[in-house]
Design a protein around this ligand. Sequence first.
Ligand SMILES: Nc1ncnc2c1ncn2[C@@H]1O[C@H](COP(=O)(O)OP(=O)(O)O)[C@@H](O)[C@H]1O
Ligand SMILES: [Mg+2]
Length: 357
Amino acid sequence: MKEQPGAAASPLLLEVRDLTTVFPTRRGQVRAVDGLGFQLHEGEKLGIVGESGSGKSVTLLSILRLVPPPGETVSGEVFFRGQSLLAKPAREMRRIRGREIAMIFQDPMTTLNPAFLVGEQIRESLRIHSIVPRSNGLFSRLSDQKRKAAEYQRVWQAMADVGIPVPEQSARRYPHQFSGGMQQRALTAIALSCEPKVLLADEPTTALDVTIQAQILALLDQINREHGTAIVLVTHNLGVVAEFCQTIIVMYAGQLVEKGQIDQVIEEPLHPYTRGLLRCLPKIGAGAAKAETKRREKICPIPGLVPDLAILPPGCPFSPRCDVAMPACSEVESVPLLPLRDGRLVRCLRYQRQAGP
Ligand SMILES: Nc1ncnc2c1ncn2[C@@H]1O[C@H](COP(=O)(O)OP(=O)(O)O)[C@@H](O)[C@H]1O
Ligand SMILES: [Mg+2]
């Protein structure tokens, strides 16, 4: 179904190694992201899934060095095309943000400025990255008005590309005059205006109803196909990842607990937490259709709550909620990430004997 296998052969774009980001709190240090690692190749669509509070947003912010203080990335590496982002000067990092790696933030209204016209905000994004020249080169001989007209051609094109109807008119509206779906499209237009190599999309469809959700995902899919843009899609909805992504990372309490090709993980989820997430789904893609028919009547959420990261239980942080936990699960100091067949990874003691060298 999903044309995956080529992706691994494509050039490596982004590599995250052993990334740890912490927040000091009154009750102690919180490890929002704890030793996370993954690779992203050109044209790949990677999904990161986990309940709210599992560290997904902080992962994306850490990659772009936008973690709000006093939060801090205390260890690990982020490589973009082989260069360490964590070591880059701030000025160089500003160029990379947006131009090479763009992010769609979780809340549209934190990115869109309510006081400016949507068209102006897209134009500003193009200007910051010199996609439209300010007043030198070819444009120095043009009057301001002509230059503005030329810039607006680009703005309208960017808006048309993301499916905003009548761009000439829509550009003259304020964000609050847009519906949620249209705001999300405007954000996507800003993120894509500079043709980034990597798009980090943080819950881009969460606030939208199902039809608009499907439209935004179709749009991201089209961008991925036409421009080869690699996409990291963060969501708490495993169904969205199942439809959209080739590779999936499941996060729990800041840690990667399972990783694999999406079809394999849906067919045969290994970590008890992933199984729990799958059980929460009312409906899933073709692969699991049969099992699903039996399940559909009864949707059972994972019992218990996402743990407080400041007071994690001993051993495996999922063990208090796990229906197959063994005594060892809460006795070990930490559970290692085990490499299994087909490049799959799982952080669960039950697979220790199957793990490769
Ligand atoms: N600004 C912050 N200050 C303190 N702690 C934070 C902050 N942002 C995130 N955290 C901590 O990091 C955890 C993960 O947050 P986040 O990455 O936003 O989760 P999600 O998976 O829902 O995107 C939170 O549960 C919280 O404990
Ligand atoms: Mg989040």
